[in-house]
Ligand binder design. Structure first.
Ligand SMILES: C[S@@+](CC[C@H](N)C(=O)[O-])C[C@H]1O[C@@H](n2cnc3c(N)ncnc32)[C@H](O)[C@@H]1O
Length: 526
């Protein structure tokens, strides 16, 4: 049997491992190199840690693509987020259209999916020169420094300081971003060149952030009180050119509401898309608020916030997600209807859908909607979850990840078939896991679970909340940043179960809990 890792264990492989491995990859390669040495490198290079990203699901997405029988043709990623799936499709040889309505995502797509070669930057003396100028820029005290950084990196005032970045990095971000704006204003860079720089900026601005990847809050102290992630948070921000892969196709990037874009896809692509991949949000947490800092750096519109923390402005979450990008998929009441309309309006030979078994759209409803459009096949991967705590267990031994393939030329599915498909997925994904810790007396809301760090003794994970953990661990955002040094974790990464056992045997499972209580994340401001 394949020795699969449980999502929980994956979650324990800290963000540090992620960053360290990415750093090592970078170190191995010449910093000036920008063409992909191998396709894998292209797909995984400079990925921002993104909730719900499908980095770890590419194998089943690949299986699903293979089952369609489509070899090349067009691939539309309608909710492309980090762009990892769009890149994967590009690497498979498809002409790719990458869409997401978040501004940061659009720029990442331009920099990594649209471009087939490194832009010339003719007016600025070439790519290497551009990145050198940016990295050598004289720091200034601008919007980011004033609003998102403390007044003094050494003497933090937890009442009034926002700690998204160390001041030194905030000043660098300000200087680099102002310079980029000047280049735009003076016509020295094209929109593609802008995207190429911004894709890299998004990654580096995530890397040095004093967060676990999500900007809804920041650590108390650099890297949390334990300082586990100090090595990246305290490093000096630097931009590096994105890795480029040339698929010889005219790839595209759009920044639209998926529900609207589907009406125009056939026109844009001059033909019915072969494959449309759907990965809509499945819980109530809006991406625009989770990644507000990336949007601020991208848009550079300096939203109006008090420079220091005031009541209700701790995380300085820009408000446009509420007015411009409030996703129906974030609401239980609206998600199914939105999805129904999306599917009704889609023209494509195949629709591939990733979703959670516990998302806002009930599994049955989702399958009915997809099944009404054509015949269904499901590619799934189930894996055993290890029991990780000796204290409290109600094991959910298995978990399922799946991609639904809808063949729009096939016969719509019967009610019986749909029932069977759903029952099959449910059977695999039915039980509840409770891993250690005390159960919170007054019940646990989803909001709490998103921020388990608030409850030091609580590691009580409800079935639906696993999804959240799964997505977190998919993007390697670690909820358990603790005392463990990255090196030690790396050493044990080969066998995380062994590592966990060691942890518990030594009766220092408290490490886990302590690390949670110490890495305070600020209150959500939604
Ligand atoms: C689950 S994430 C996609 C993750 C992506 N597949 C990856 O691997 O990184 C969902 C994405 O949908 C986007 N989104 C939400 N509602 C949208 C809408 N109505 N139109 C376009 N994009 C939307 C969010 O910004 C987010 O990036």
């Amino acid at each position: 049997m394949k020795p699969p890792l449980s999502a929980f264990l994956i979650g324990l492989l800290s963000i540090d491992i992620y960053w360290v491995s990415i750093m090592n990859k970078w170190k191995k390669h010449h910093p000036r190199k920008t063409a992909a040495r191998d396709t894998k490198e292209y797909v995984y290079a400079q990925l921002i840690p993104y909730i719900g990203n499908k980095r770890k699901l590419l194998d089943i997405i690949n299986d699903a693509v293979e089952l369609t029988g489509v070899k090349k043709g067009t691939f539309v990623d309608l909710f492309s987020g980090s762009t990892v799936v769009a890149r994967f499709a590009k690497q498979l040889g498809f002409r790719v259209l990458s869409n997401d309505w978040e501004p940061y995502s659009e720029q990442i797509a331009i920099g990594t999916v649209v471009l087939n070669e490194v832009p010339k930057f003719t007016k600025l003396g070439g790519c290497e020169n551009v990145f050198k100028i940016l990295n050598d820029v004289v720091p200034i005290e601008g919007y980011v420094t004033k609003h998102l950084c403390p007044s003094d990196d050494e003497n933090l005032n937890h009442e009034s300081d926002r700690l998204f970045y160390m001041r030194k990095n905030g000043m660098k971000i300000d200087a680099m971003r102002e310079l980029i704006s000047t280049w735009v204003d003076e016509g020295k860079i094209t929109s593609l060149e802008f995207g190429f720089i911004m894709a890299s900026f998004m990654y580096s601005a995530s890397y040095v952030s004093n967060t676990s990847g999500v900007f809804k809050g920041f650590h108390r102290g650099w890297g949390g009180s334990n300082g586990t992630a100090q090595y990246r948070i305290c490093s000096d921000i630097a931009l590096r050119p994105s890795i480029i892969l040339n698929n010889g196709k005219k790839n595209l990037s759009t920044r639209q509401d998926a529900g609207k874009l589907v009406h125009n896809l056939t026109d844009i692509l001059e033909g019915i898309p072969d494959i449309i991949y759907l990965d809509p949000p499945y819980n109530q947490h809006p991406y625009g608020s989770n990644y507000h800092v990336l949007n601020t750096i991208t848009l550079w519109d300096k939203p109006d916030f008090p420079e220091k923390i005031t009541r209700g402005t701790k995380s300085a979450i820009r408000l446009d997600w509420r007015t411009e990008r409030r996703s129906a998929y974030n609401y239980e009441r609206k998600a199914s209807q939105e999805f129904q309309e999306l599917i009704d309006n889609i023209s494509a030979k195949f629709i591939l859908t990733s979703y959670s078994t516990e998302g806002n759209i009930p599994l049955e409803t989702m399958m009915e909607i997809l099944g009404s459009k054509g015949s269904l096949r499901v590619v799934k991967r189930e894996y055993v979850r290890y029991r990780v705590s000796p204290t409290r267990l109600s094991p959910k031994p298995r978990n399922v990840e799946f991609v639904v393939i809808t063949d729009t030329n096939g016969k719509p599915e019967s009610k019986e078939n749909i029932k069977e498909i759903v029952a099959d997925l449910r059977r695999i994904d039915s039980e509840i896991i409770v891993v250690g810790g005390k159960k919170k007396k007054d019940g646990d809301s989803t909001g709490d679970a998103e921020n388990p760090l608030k409850y030091p003794n609580l590691l009580y994970i409800r079935n639906d909340l696993w999804t959240l953990y799964d997505s977190m661990s998919n993007s390697d955002m670690d909820m358990f940043e603790g005392k463990n040094k990255p090196r030690r974790l790396l050493y044990h990464a080969e066998n995380p179960l062994k590592y966990l056992n060691l942890l518990y045997k030594r009766n220092d499972s408290r490490t886990l809990h302590d690390s949670m209580s110490n890495s305070e994340i600020s209150e959500s401001e939604e």
